[in-house]
Ligand binder design. Structure first.
Ligand SMILES: [Zn+2]
Length: 301
């Protein structure tokens, strides 16, 4: 860590290492699991899970973190795992916590990779995302700038570092327009970004497309991963990812499809049954919004 980052951290107040839990997954592969709730000055906006792949030639970081200080916090966590520097950063999507740390990593000389659709989404939503970050983080947002990937691909990018092969695949839209997953064939591990939420209820937002999200999940699942490292929640088996994300999305479309077929309008949205997913954190916050967004998408199909 360079002195300037330390100075910024001291100014901001919160201590590094407070927000993320290191979950070892398999040989050289880790999930850094953030809290399931909202962005805050204490977590530097890192309310998501990012991935770490340690190779003999450096670290590949899957997702940049949610702010400059959020990235510095991730860097401090990685320092406890390995002496290898971060050489490559992948932005798996256009949401703030996937790319707002880019400035920090670019300053460290890392290569930054994202899909063209994610890049377009990042450009489109930067102002809105930055406004929200400032609202949640106050001083802890300092140093965060719009810094974009230097390596951009359309649907697939193959990366090898230190003998570890990785395929970055953008199957289509999901939680955001440019979501990608990262497949490691040797380890049979997938980093799913915001295509997979576990433990907390996913959010269907105005920029999410539920129908495409289901298809993108299926494209990811077709690889048959042993481990799924989600964009939110702990790493786990495919069954967990399927239940907490895929089954939830399929249920939403099934219930709302039936409601529309019966001539129901958006005012009947509260009658759809999501009770099988009440165990997910933040369910009360998201249930109603998710149903409404999905209804608005489906009524024009
Ligand atoms: Zn997210």
């Amino acid at each position: 860590m360079k002195p300037i980052y330390l100075a910024l951290a001291l100014l901001a107040g919160p201590a590094f290492g407070a927000g993320l839990e290191i979950q070892p997954v398999t040989d050289g592969i880790y999930a850094l699991v953030g809290p399931l709730g909202q962005r805050s000055p204490e977590n530097f906006g890192n309310n998501s899970t990012v991935g770490v792949v340690v190779t003999p030639k450096g670290v590949v970081l899957i997702d940049a973190g949610a702010s400059w200080l959020g990235a510095a916090d991730i860097d401090a966590m990685i320092d406890t795992i390995t002496d290898q520097p971060v050489k490559v950063v992948i932005n798996t999507g256009g949401q703030d916590h996937r790319w707002f740390g880019n400035g920090y990593w670019q300053a460290q000389g890392a290569q930054i990779i994202t899909s063209a659709d994610a890049l377009a989404d990042q450009h489109e939503r930067f102002d809105e995302q930055m406004l929200r970050l400032n609202m949640f983080l106050h001083d802890a947002a300092q140093g965060t700038l719009a810094v974009y990937a230097d390596t951009v691909f359309d649907t697939e990018y193959n990366l090898t570092l230190g003998g570890v092969e990785m395929q970055i695949i953008h199957p289509g839209a999901a939680h955001t327009a440019g979501d990608s997953f990262v497949w490691l064939p040797e380890a049979q591990v997938v980093f799913a970004g915001d295509i997979v939420f576990t433990e907390r209820m996913l959010g269907v937002q105005p920029h999410s497309i539920v129908k495409d999200w289901i298809a993108s999940f299926e494209a990811m699942a077709a690889y048959g991963p042993q481990w799924v490292i989600p964009g939110h929640g702990h790493a786990g088996p495919m069954t967990l990812a399927s239940h907490d994300t895929y089954d939830y999305l399929v249920n939403l479309r099934r219930q709302i499809g039936a409601l529309i077929d019966d001539g129901g309008d958006i005012y009947a949205i509260d009658t759809i049954d999501q009770s099988a997913f009440d165990y997910l954190q933040n369910a009360e916050v998201w249930k109603g919004k998710n149903a409404q967004q999905t209804f608005e998408q489906m009524e024009w199909e």
